[in-house]
Design a protein around this ligand. Structure first.
Ligand code: NDP
Length: 469
């Protein structure tokens, strides 16, 4: 497609919207469940397609994408009627008046998504938007458009009314046209910080609200009392799954010096055992790098890290696309590009710290704030550390998986973006929150005309009275 095609898509969405929004939650849910059953009957084809297009092992396509979307549909269908139901607000003072909240769909929601999770990101967001009564236009990354094409076909087969779910297929210019369109009511963007900033600036012209789910450089804090075996397994999986091309992958490990030696030894040993390559017979742990320009970033970050003193304990420094051997670096520090920026590849950076306080300080001294993890046998301590971390999500004794929990909010702080997807907070991003206040008209409010000194004194008395509360 080209940018002008967006006009056609928005017109189709506008046509479909009145009927779609008029449906009850139950009816919209029925249609999405029909899609879910069809989708579920083709799990093997879907995983195979995702693996061949994106390079990830089919196991990851199933667990991180297919399964999480199937569960998200169940959650959204069940919870939307409760979360988005008209509700009464108890008024503190004017008891004779009544206030209600109504959650009204926005209209057309534009969803712009990246190539690393080409199914679970755009489809999860689309399901929630549609359940809330919106029409959606999804622009998948042009690097991985096939899986969403398959999804669009399944929606059609499931009988979803035309115009409710549409694809904008094309590159950045098509995404830009979606952002610029006066007929798109909100943009949910997932991608890089650079594109996120461009979108925020463009959206200012139409004063369009945006949710920005951007990059991360997630820290992992391994405390002196951590279960070392579990933490090492967690670090290896959290960093190398999806070949490290995960916004919430573990990138920076801060390990307490008391347990550093045994932790590092285990991490290296487990990394050596990972099987890298193309998924032929479910015999691969780490798949391919999806987007070749990533290799330039890896080379530059690795050269910089080695030049500044990092040691490679396992892995490689020169690359032969499309695979990268999972790589473990020791002695990284925050002067290095690999620590300052998102790597988006299978590189695990370990830094030994004196204590947990130092770990928290280093963890927070970073431009990103998406997720973080704390590893300790002492939950009380771990909870305390979790509160000190500047992140949208903190996971204790696990990592990198909570995007799959549709009932929990997902989003970051600082350069990791703004707004939330999933959970009730994600639903609130997809509606107008309308307040309606009612009065039966029995009394004339005292603050209306005419003003007088007597009334002034009365309200002053009230102000004093409220101060005493
Ligand atoms: P990009 O920012 O390059 O692209 C994301 C999407 O935006 C793509 O569909 C892209 O199209 C489109 N796009 C590009 N330029 C514009 C523009 N000017 N206006 C509108 N849309 C545009 O990100 P990547 O695809 O490289 O994805 C990797 C990034 O995504 C990483 O930084 C990663 O951390 C982040 N991410 C964040 C997540 C989160 O939840 N916080 C989750 C997953 C990834 P096209 O590809 O066709 O050029």
């Amino acid at each position: 497609m080209t940018a002008p095609d967006i006009n056609f898509l928005t017109a189709q969405a506008k046509k479909a919207w009145p009927q779609w929004r008029a449906l009850s939650f139950k009816e919209r849910g029925k249609q999405l469940k029909r899609f879910q059953r069809l989708f579920s009957s083709q799990i093997d084809d879907v995983c195979k397609l995702m693996s061949s297009e994106n390079g990830k092992p089919r196991f990851e396509a199933l667990t991180a994408e297919v399964l999480s979307v199937i569960q998200l549909i169940n959650w959204a269908v069940k919870k939307a009627p409760k979360i988005l139901k008209k509700r009464k607000i108890k008024l503190a003072l004017l008891k004779y008046k009544k206030s209600y909240l109504y959650f009204e769909p926005l209209g057309t929601v534009g969803i712009i998504s990246p190539w690393n999770y080409p199914l679970s990101i755009p489809l999860g967001e689309a399901i929630m938007a549609m359940m809330a009564g919106n029409c959606v236009i999804v622009k998948p990354s042009e690097v991985t458009p096939l899986i969403m094409k398959k999804v669009a076909k399944l929606f059609e087969e499931a009988g979803l009314p035309s115009g409710v779910f549409q694809l904008a297929l094309g590159g950045g210019d098509v995404g830009q046209a979606l952002v610029n369109s006066p007929y798109v009511d909100k943009i949910i963007f997932t991608g890089s910080v650079a594109t996120g900033k461009k979108i925020l600036k463009q959206a200012a012209d139409t004063l369009k609200p945006v949710v920005l789910e951007l990059g991360g450089c997630d820290p992992m804090l391994v405390c002196s009392d951590a279960d070392v075996e579990r933490a090492a397994n967690g670090a290896v999986w959290g960093c190398f799954m999806n070949a490290g091309q995960t916004c919430a992958s573990v990138e920076r490990v801060y390990v307490h010096h008391h347990i550093a030696d045994s932790f590092i030894e285990k991490v290296v040993e487990k990394t050596k055992k990972l099987r890298v390559g193309k998924d032929v017979a479910f015999d691969v742990d780490v798949g391919a790098i999806t987007y070749p320009p990533q290799f330039k970033i890896y080379e530059s970050q690795m050269q910089d890290a080695i030049f500044k003193g990092a040691k490679i304990l396992e892995g490689q420094t020169s690359f032969h696309p499309p695979f990268v051997k999972p790589t473990v670096l020791l002695g990284t520090n925050d002067s290095m590009k690999i620590i300052q920026d998102e790597t988006f590849g299978p590189f695990l950076c370990i830094q030994v710290v004196y204590d947990e306080e130092e770990a928290v300080r280093l963890a927070n001294e970073n431009q990103y704030g998406l997720c973080a993890s704390v590893w300790s046998r002492n939950l009380k301590k771990a909870r305390h550390l979790a509160q000190d971390l500047e992140a949208g999500t903190v996971v204790i004794n696990d990592c990198s998986f909570t995007h799959a929990l549709s009932e929990t909010p997902w989003g970051g702080r600082k350069m990791s973006g703004m707004g939330r997807v999933h959970s009730e907070f994600g639903f609130y991003e997809l509606v107008h929150i309308k307040h309606v206040n009612e009065d039966r008209g029995w009394f004339k409010p005292l603050w209306w005309y005419p003003y007088s000194e007597r009334k002034y004194k009365l309200f002053k008395f009230l102000a004093k009275l409220l101060t005493l509360k």
